[in-house]
Write a protein that binds this ligand. Structure first.
Ligand code: HEM
Length: 506
């Protein structure tokens, strides 16, 4: 706090004369004022005051601004001339993620902010390091691996852990935090598929998971660095090891200790096994000659981040929306009833209505609501926005999902049908949108590697849960959950539910 006040005071006194000058100038100005939704901007400090006052509702604030800009793109001016361009324009998204991919890496700024937590893991790498990690990991996402994932890992976690836990909640009439349960589910899943290790997080006792808490803190506090109005603040705090940086250091060291333990155990296992027996991602990296402990630890952390918080966030919002829309739930149940009790891989793939409902839910509540790149060289976006070398360019799936010109005047409504068409026999088929209009999984060369895996897992969980149970939010009448976003999104305070047994589907 002291450091933040000190930094601010210095900047404040340096910029005071410019501030008053601009006030006088704007009060004399005859020009019509900009709509008050756009931030006020001053010399040197840019829109510091608006940025600061909207820090806690940043996503909504940015969305409101983008909705009020003709090309859904806005350049936000931070302190000392540093610019950040926000966009919700599909053409601009395509330009950044595909057409001029090489001009928009994650960049030094992002990598430095997250380096202590993610190191050189795939989420925090550019250039050759990224290419190598992507190439090695991609083998784990072929059809054979995906089939194995659904038929062994997901089904076992569902039938042996999730369903018994929901049954227990019916019998005991207990309230569960479904967000926590789904995170545990996803964590067990990703550890099994990526490292061949079962952390047994989703047990009836809901074991205290020090690691999960530390992971949560590390994600939250690292992304706070990214949002800090003044970058210098966290660097000074880190130097003196005080405040949030002290907490972050402790959380990161717990996360890294856990990940290192996984790497060491895997190395021992590989020493006694043929390399052909080990088909998880970690084994692939270790077998490819990359046994450096820090590097493999980074890989483990990135995959946990990729696999744990994304699908659980998506499912949390999905189950909330389903309860608000009984007509959608009814249609989902119809689809479930058409399939066998123990779904096989092809049946999971084929569930078009559930697929559409998940897409629709992630349109409104994307697990990764914004994503940033840094311009290597000067550029101009398709809408004419000038990008200066070094500017941060952020595309916002959350805002794109709320654009009337893309989704129509009913954009606020949860309507899976906007992703579907019926054939003459009345069977639904899924109609996707291009990945720039729906960049929930990113797009272009860095599109999410786990997209298909995520859908298979989520569809299996939805079918396995709703076939037997009704998920009822345990909240007061009129309650509205709050969407919060760190690196990935969350429902603030968790998602309390009661579970009811459903009679046989008729
Ligand atoms: C609903 C679920 C998911 C969503 C919405 C999602 C979304 C995303 C997004 C937006 C990115 C780009 C992040 C960035 O570069 O900053 C990404 C990257 C990635 N995702 Fe996912 N993801 C999901 C599930 C998964 C799962 C289950 C895995 C499995 C391990 C996975 C693996 C990855 C990997 C490895 C990358 C890095 C790709 C690269 O940089 O080349 N994701 N994902």
């Amino acid at each position: 706090m002291f450091i933040q006040v000190l930094t601010l005071s210095i900047i404040f006194f340096l910029t005071l004369p410019f501030f008053f000058l601009s006030l006088i100038k704007s009060s004399r100005s005859k020009k019509p004022s900009t709509p008050n939704v756009l931030p006020k901007r001053y010399p040197l400090i840019g829109s510091y005051f608006d940025i600061k006052s909207n820090q806690s509702n940043r996503l909504e604030w940015i969305t409101r601004i983008l909705k009020n800009c003709p090309s859904a793109t806005y350049t936000l001016h931070h302190i000392l001339g540093y610019r950040q361009i926000f966009t919700a324009s599909p053409d601009n998204v395509q330009h950044i993620l595909k057409t001029r991919f090489n001009n928009y890496p994650k960049g030094e700024f992002f990598i430095n902010v997250f380096f202590d937590f993610l190191g050189n893991g795939i989420f925090n790498a550019d250039g050759e390091a990224w290419k190598f990690e992507r190439q090695v990991s991609s083998h784990e996402f072929n059809t054979r691996s995906l089939r194995k994932f659904v038929e062994t890992v997901v089904d076992a976690e569902l039938n042996d852990r999730l369903v018994p836990m929901l049954s227990g909640a019916v019998t005991g009439k207990t309230v569960l935090d479904f967000q926590d349960v789904l995170q545990r589910f996803a964590f067990d899943n990703i550890c099994k598929i990526a490292f061949g290790y079962d952390p047994e997080c989703l047990l009836p006792s809901l074991p205290q998971t020090e690691f999960a808490d530390a992971f949560e803190d590390a994600t939250h506090l690292s992304s706070e660095r990214f949002r800090a109005p003044i970058t210098l603040t966290w660097r000074i705090k880190r130097f003196f090891n005080v405040g949030s940086e002290k907490k972050l250091k402790i959380a990161i060291s717990q996360v890294r200790d856990f990940a290192k333990k996984l790497v060491r155990e895997k190395k021992q296992e590989l020493a006694t096994k043929s390399s052909l027996d080990s088909v998880d991602i970690l084994s692939r990296f270790l077998n490819s000659g990359h046994s450096d402990e820090n590097f493999t630890t980074d890989i483990v952390i990135s995959f946990i981040l990729a696999g744990r918080d994304t699908t659980s966030a998506a499912l949390t919002w999905f189950f909330w929306l389903i309860h608000q829309h009984p007509e959608v739930e009814k249609e989902i149940l119809k689809e479930i009833k058409e399939k066998s009790d123990m779904l096989v891989f092809e049946e999971v793939k084929d569930m078009a209505y559930i697929h559409a409902s998940l897409c629709e839910s992630m349109r409104l509540y994307p697990p990764v609501p914004t994503d940033s790149k840094r311009a290597v060289a000067d550029d101009v976006l398709p809408d004419g926005t000038v990008v200066k070398k070094g500017s941060v360019v952020t595309y916002a799936p959350y805002a794109i999902g709320r654009m009337e010109n893309i989704w129509g005047s009913d954009w606020e409504e949860f309507k899976p049908e906007r992703w579907l068409q019926r054939d003459e026999a009345g069977k639904w088929s899924f109609v996707g949108r291009d990945p720039y209009t729906y960049p929930v999984f990113q797009a272009g060369p860095r599109i999410c590697l786990g997209k298909e895996m995520a859908f298979l897992q989520m569809k299996r969980v939805v079918a396995g849960t709703l076939r037997r149970f009704k998920v009822v939010p345990a909240v007061e009448e009129g309650f509205q959950p709050e969407f919060v976003s760190y690196l990935t999104a969350k429902m603030k305070g968790g998602f309390p539910i009661k579970v009811e047994e459903r009679g046989k589907l008729d």
